[in-house]
Design a binder for this molecule. Sequence first.
Ligand SMILES: [Zn+2]
Length: 261
Amino acid sequence: MAASRTAFLMYHELELPGRKLVQSEPGYVRYILPLEKFHSQMKRLKTSGFRGWSVSEALRYPPEQGVCITFDDGCETDLIAAAPVLRAMGLQATFFLTSGFLGTPGYLNADQVRELDSLGFEIGCHSRTHPYLSDLADAELIREVVDAKLEIEQILGHDIKHFSCPGGRYDGRTLEMARRAGFRTVTNSQFHANSATTSEYELGRVAMLRDMSMQEFDATCQGRGLWKKRLQDRARHSVRKALGNRAYDRLRGSLLGDDRA
Ligand SMILES: [Zn+2]
């Protein structure tokens, strides 16, 4: 792979033996990796000589081979399952938190957020209540982008720089709001690797799915084969656009379960 192109990986909650997930719908579970699988992937990165970067580190587009590792939603498994594996392998990551979920069952509480931060991991924001931002009126958008940022900063005692869009949905207003709130980047869930020429407000990420093979993982980290995922996503996006987000979710829900990011 050209060292200047970096894949940003998007993880969610991890599955631990005997532990209930925060949601059980197939559309959610599709994005949940068992801890053992996540561990194998991180080990693979390590043995292949790949670095694991936070968003801030990845944005410098270092010459070494590496990937940006991100987690959405702020589940408790960020700290109790992902962090120990990342630390053991010497990999960095950014954890995007949904501020309104913090302290509720299955999600990080304020002390755990501070612990994750003090371990040296990067904390970002994933909205306040996880709505599709492109559906919101301006006042709601302020709550989801600006208030969420302030809530997380109040817990941490320092500012945060990065935002990830719930469900990957965004529009021009969302990006403008994020910029005005002081976020330096916005990541979405579009299947492309990023480079120094990618807009920092439209950074793509690759969803890490439960059924992903190691072969597919290798290709993803090298930025190969993403065009296939892009085509599939484009087909889904055009249906979503024609129907609107809510009708799309109902349709998808009846076929597969709710889509998610
Ligand atoms: Zn999410």
